[in-house]
Design a protein around this ligand. Sequence first.
Ligand SMILES: Nc1ncnc2c1ncn2[C@@H]1O[C@H](COP(=O)(O)OP(=O)(O)OP(=O)(O)O)[C@@H](O)[C@H]1O
Ligand SMILES: [Mg+2]
Length: 207
Amino acid sequence: MLGKFITIEGGEGAGKSTMLELVADWLKQAGHQVVRTREPGGTELAESLRDILLDKDNVGLSSLTELLLMFAARAQHLAELIRPSLAGGKTVLCDRFTDATWAYQGGGRQLPREEIAALETLVHGDLQPDLTLLLDLPVEQGMRRASNRGESDRFERESLVFFTRVREAYLERALAAPERFAVIDASKEVEEVWSQIERVLQTRVGS
Ligand SMILES: Nc1ncnc2c1ncn2[C@@H]1O[C@H](COP(=O)(O)OP(=O)(O)OP(=O)(O)O)[C@@H](O)[C@H]1O
Ligand SMILES: [Mg+2]
């Protein structure tokens, strides 16, 4: 039987990495064999593409190049890790996936929907996450959380306007696919965010 594919999405500092740990522990307790991974990245080659994408010195990277590199990294990640893991019955838990492309390259960079849709179909038209946890919070609050860490990457240097479009695009995606998404109020304390997620896992995943 094919394993479950679960993704965690949200803007900068939404708490994705924090919650991913807790979700992984919960899934293991429930008897899942969990593969934790992230995008862009997840394989050696895709992590190299991630370095290019996040490098703040790559100021000349065009939006189209960015989009293509995101999907190139994703194609490799799917081929090398995601598809084989799911085929082996494992639960794949991924920090960001194609919804992030819709949010950042679509919402943020305002690239045409048709271009993103065409690449999505090409790269994984037959495969979508079973569950997507969208950590939603006001942009300023996320930026404050993220800024407590070291130097900012190429995306973190974007403007409030950019991240507002990212947030809106994420919420639009969630509205369009309510059966796949769970929108979590990530503005709350860690414990409270987690209890919302735990309820979702209990009703939508099980063991
Ligand atoms: N609910 C919360 N309330 C307050 N602080 C939080 C909460 N969740 C996470 N944090 C803190 O905010 C910061 C960002 O959290 P985290 O790294 O989990 O976010 P992220 O979504 O993975 O960010 P990025 O998009 O940059 O990877 C961390 O310092 C983390 O400890
Ligand atoms: Mg993170």
